[in-house]
Structure formats: structure tokens, C-alpha cells
Write a protein of this length. Structure first.
Length: 138
């Protein structure tokens, strides 16, 4: 069995943002040589997310509005802020959107359903964070 690992460095200039990382994951898959197996992609930071959905701008705006409604940015409103941080909302948003995705690899390709793409979600940006791509299989 083969095992392949790559890290992506993500720096989002705004506090929040979504980035389609599908092409970077596909590139890693090609380099891995794995034809049949699994591909794990996960955010290696507790205020960022990796998720699968449609690459449609209106949907991304809907995510922003939904997340802000559930966990609004409030520099003084979270118990977490007693630690000196101001990102309590970002931790909650990450919990809602998820840490990772696992995609089957079939015949050397990500085995997606219609419209599926992989996204990095940033909820407390303006600094470099990492995304892990781990591919295993034959």
C-alpha cells in the first residue's frame, strides 16, 4: 500500500473566506500514483474547516449568513475571550462546518458526486494555516 502526504499553506487576508482547493488535492493525487484508495483532507487549525459542497457564489453567501447567525462575531461575547483571544465565533463555525473530508479514489480520480468540490473555510484569517492531504491506497 502507498502512502502520500502533502501540506498546503493557506493565508486568507480577510477574517473569513472560502477557497476551492479541489485542484490542489487532484494534483496531490496525481503525484501520489494511487489509483484505488482514500484521500483525507483536513484543516490543521482549530478555527478553519475543510468541507465538500458546490462551488456557487450564492451558496457561499448563504453559508456566511447562516454561520454569522449561529455564531456571530462579537469580540466581547464569548467565554473563550477570557483567554485573551477574540475568535470564539471562529471555533464554533469550524465545529459547524467540520474538520475534514474523506473522498474515495477510483481509477486515479476523486470519486465525487455531481457538483462536489473541496473547500477550505477560514473563520479567523490573516495568518498562515495548514491543510493536510493524506492519500493511501494502491
Amino acid at each position: 500500500m502507498k502512502s502520500f502526504r502533502r501540506e498546503l499553506n493557506m493565508t486568507i487576508p480577510a477574517r473569513r473566506g472560502f477557497v476551492n482547493i479541489t485542484s490542489e488535492v487532484e494534483s496531490a493525487l496525481r503525484e501520489s500514483g494511487v489509483r484505488e484508495g482514500l484521500c483525507l483532507v483536513n484543516a490543521m487549525h482549530i478555527t478553519a474547516s475543510v468541507f465538500i459542497n458546490d462551488d456557487e457564489g450564492g451558496l457561499h453567501q448563504d453559508f456566511e449568513r447562516w454561520l454569522e447567525g449561529l455564531a456571530p462575531f462579537d469580540p466581547n461575547g464569548y467565554a473563550h475571550h477570557r483567554t485573551g483571544e477574540d475568535n470564539g465565533d471562529a471555533h464554533l463555525k469550524r465545529s459547524l462546518m467540520g474538520r475534514e473530508v474523506v473522498v474515495a479514489v477510483t481509477e486515479g480520480k476523486l470519486d465525487f458526486g455531481p457538483w462536489e468540490q473541496i473547500f477550505y473555510g477560514e473563520f479567523d484569517g490573516r495568518r498562515c494555516k495548514r491543510v493536510l492531504i493524506k492519500i493511501i491506497g494502491e
